[in-house]
Design a binder for this molecule. Structure first.
Ligand SMILES: *[C@@H]1O[C@H](CO)[C@@H](O)[C@H](O)[C@H]1NC(C)=O
Ligand SMILES: *[C@@H]1O[C@H](CO)[C@@H](O)[C@H](O)[C@H]1NC(C)=O
Ligand SMILES: *[C@@H]1O[C@H](CO)[C@@H](O)[C@H](O)[C@H]1NC(C)=O
Ligand SMILES: CC(=O)N[C@H]1CO[C@H](CO)[C@@H](O)[C@@H]1O
Length: 354
């Protein structure tokens, strides 16, 4: 009986009004659900981005043989994502250079600085040479003359001063003696502390030359690079395969002086590499975005004076997968130059003494 009474309520106007309210709530609910579904479409795309960045991270791990503990994995992935975002923004600015993921993509700027760079200290140097006004060739590339050895990777050892100077002596030895021989950076790292160098904790190109003037330098084969500090192997020091009797510091900021020297032989130089542009450099010509607080050493192996902008061809020691097969091109601008590359450049002289 009660049931029947209730059903008769359907005819009741109050009940109809309640029904209308319920229906309205239902419609609002549907609209809400629709809106929610619409908005939730955003999360699958965030998820896609996460997944594609994670697969890029996996490729990176494989390519550079990275090994992480599970906790470190999360931290490194986060840094990698931040760096990836930075690289994308920089590349969207369409400049003369491009950045890309490389061995350093899981490091913060602080870590990069700590592992790879060290501020330069130059004490007294020999007299500066004044640039002679020779007729310079419009382009030079010592790689084409077979005067440059393979690109090596210094690893987490701040010893670029050893790579830049052995590179300069390798070039000079080839040009003035006729044979290309890979020389030992490790000998300089282990044995030149008395000349002011600090092994894998930094040093200077001048001190490395002073060591080689005194002791000559043995080969990479006899005294291979270990990417860490070691005790000086005294017995190998006497087995030098290349010797120099002097070196020249080019007058600071003398662009023509550096060009004149590079026309003669590969030249060691110092730069400020404490810059994202160095950390992620992938290719092109660097024209700006770096300072002149020298903290890294490199080898200038050529230049191009017909291109726009003109540029130095520079060999680095961060492995062949960095930059342009291990090289970087830096615009030639008067004065200290881009990244200070013309501030403290030097080359070995009086080479053929053996
Ligand atoms: C070394 O070279 C400089 C020029 O750079 C020269 O002034 C100096 O006399 C040379 N030293 C020796 C011992 O030849
Ligand atoms: C120098 O640059 C010009 C213009 O970009 C290029 O055509 C030429 O091949 C370059 N020369 C060398 C030796 O790389
Ligand atoms: C070379 O340039 C640097 C940076 O601008 C400057 O500090 C230094 O005084 C210059 N040196 C010479 C000798 O002009
Ligand atoms: C042409 C020349 O001087 N060659 C010399 C190069 O250096 C080696 C030693 O490493 C000498 O034996 C060569 O005579």
């Amino acid at each position: 009986m009660e049931g029947f009474l209730s059903s008769s309520k359907r005819e009741n106007p109050t009940f109809k009004r309640n029904l209308a309210i319920i229906a309205a709530i239902g419609v609002i609910g549907l609209i809400g659900t629709f809106a929610y579904l619409q908005s939730s479409r955003a999360s699958p795309s965030l998820l896609d981005q996460y997944q594609s960045e994670e697969s890029e991270f996996q490729e990176f791990i494989q390519k550079y043989n990275k090994e992480y503990t599970p906790e470190e994995y999360e931290i490194r992935f986060q840094i990698f994502q931040d760096n990836l975002a930075f690289i994308r923004v920089q590349n969207s600015l369409n400049r003369d250079w491009v950045l890309g993921v490389n061995e350093f993509a899981d490091l913060t700027m602080e870590e990069f600085r700590k592992y790879y760079l060290s501020p330069m200290q130059f004490s007294d140097h020999p007299e500066y040479s004044n640039s002679e006004s020779l007729k310079l060739p419009s382009s030079v590339d010592w790689r084409q003359s077979g005067a440059v050895t393979v690109v090596q990777n210094q690893g987490r050892c701040s010893c670029a001063y050893a790579f830049a100077t052995t590179g300069a002596v390798e070039g000079a030895w080839k040009i003035f003696n006729g044979t290309l021989v890979q020389l030992s950076e490790q000998e300089i790292i282990d044995c030149s502390r008395n000349f002011g160098n600090r092994g894998c904790e930094g040093g200077s190109t001048d001190s490395a030359y002073k060591y080689m003037i005194k002791n000559g330098i043995t080969s990479e084969t006899k005294y291979p690079f270990m990417a860490q500090n070691g005790l000086c192997k005294i017995s190998l020091v006497s087995e030098s395969v290349a010797e120099i009797s002097n070196f020249t510091d080019i007058y600071p900021n003398d662009t023509v002086g550096v060009e004149t020297a590079v026309a003669q032989q590969p030249v060691s130089a110092n730069v400020q590499a404490d810059e994202a542009i160095w950390k992620y450099y992938k290719g092109g010509v660097i024209t700006s975005n770096c300072g002149t607080n020298l903290d890294h050493s490199v080898l200038i192996v050529g230049y191009n004076l017909t291109s726009s902008p003109n540029y130095w061809i520079v060999k680095n020691s961060w492995g062949p997968s960095w930059g342009e097969q291990g090289y970087i091109r830096i615009a030639i601008k008067a004065g200290p130059g881009v990244c200070g590359i013309q501030m403290h450049a030097s080359y070995p002289t009086a080479v053929n003494r053996l």
